[in-house]
Design a protein. Structure first.
Length: 318
């Protein structure tokens, strides 16, 4: 099978590339991806897979192309012989969602399998794959990176039999867990001891809507009964980090404003808080992994002034 490559965008400065745009990997035309492949490589190339953010309800694979900074980053990867993909995954309905965010994760897994399945066509090394994700995309990336191989070896779809494991994680303002009950008990307990998830849910419509669509529920009490209990556990990256797993080398970047107190029963921009990054860092370190971490407002920086982009290039070229 072959794919038709498109004319590369004008901002791509490396001339020896093929640009495949809008390749459909799933059952709907929403599930599609772009991949930019160096064509002058003497061997299979490493691959960076970008997963966009957007609270699971919006965002697009092309968002990463919108700034000069990101265009320069992608050009730097290509110049180093690293292929770059950006994916669209299934989004959930903002106003009435019964399936929950798990479908976003499943869709992203299939995109990775698609790229690995066509390793020869794209000339990529499926044993040198990094995820670059921001916000919700970072959370998806963390979950995939911490999960055991999610391949379905009994599937009639050969793509779904592909290994899903990745080698490196570069995460920007990612969430530490999607067991949202643990946001109160594990993520924010020390920094915001007065915070109550139940009170936040009952008094703030935005919080209520977000929790409801995360799991496809309609009331707070449903958080503590099946099937939500099982879904909370499945999407709990803290639980995964507590397990006996091999954590991929990881780079964490957070630099958001921290509000000192709970305001109107909620934590402002809790999803992007440096405490999310601190939780991930602490959990990984307890499992003998040491992520490079920049938490700007908490004064944590063990990166040695190496940027996320420089780190990705270094790790993928080792």
């Amino acid at each position: 099978m072959g794919f038709i490559n498109s004319t590369p965008p004008t901002w791509i400065t490396t001339s020896s590339v093929k640009f495949y745009s809008g390749l459909q990997y799933g059952e709907t035309n929403i599930t599609n991806l772009d991949i930019i492949v160096p064509t002058d490589a003497q061997s299979a190339t490493p691959l960076i897979i970008n997963i966009h953010g957007g609270s699971f309800i919006f965002g697009d694979k092309a968002d990463i192309y919108d700034t000069n900074t990101e265009q320069n980053n992608i050009n730097a990867y290509l110049a180093e012989g690293i292929a770059y993909a950006s994916i669209n995954y299934t989004l959930i309905n903002q106003f009435y969602e019964k399936s929950g965010i798990k479908r976003c994760f499943d869709s992203s897994v299939l995109a990775i399998q698609f790229l690995k399945y066509y390793e020869d066509l794209f000339n990529i090394d499926k044993n040198k794959v990094a995820i670059n994700g921001g916000s919700a995309g970072g959370g998806i990336g963390l979950w995939i990176g911490l999960s055991n191989d999610l391949a379905d070896l009994s599937s009639l779809n050969l793509i779904k039999r592909e290994d899903t494991r990745v080698n490196f994680l570069a995460l920007n303002i990612a969430q530490a867990t999607y067991d949202l009950v643990k946001w109160e008990s594990d993520v924010f307990a020390d920094a915001y001891p007065s915070y109550s998830l139940e009170l936040d849910y009952n008094t703030n419509g935005g919080t209520r809507d977000s929790i409801n669509r995360t799991y496809g529920i309609e009331s707070y009490n449903e958080l503590f009964i099946e099937p939500t209990l099982s879904l909370r556990s499945e999407l709990d990256m803290i639980r995964l980090m507590d397990g006996n797993i091999e954590i991929p080398p990881t780079y964490l970047y957070y630099d958001n404003i921290l509000y000192p107190d709970v305001i109107s029963n909620t934590i402002i921009d809790s999803v992007h808080s440096d405490y999310m990054g601190k939780t991930i860092m602490d959990e990984m370190e307890s499992n003998t992994a040491t992520p490079l971490t920049f938490l700007g407002t908490l004064g944590v920086d063990n990166t040695g002034d190496e940027s996320k982009e420089e780190w990705l290039i270094r790790k993928l070229k080792e």
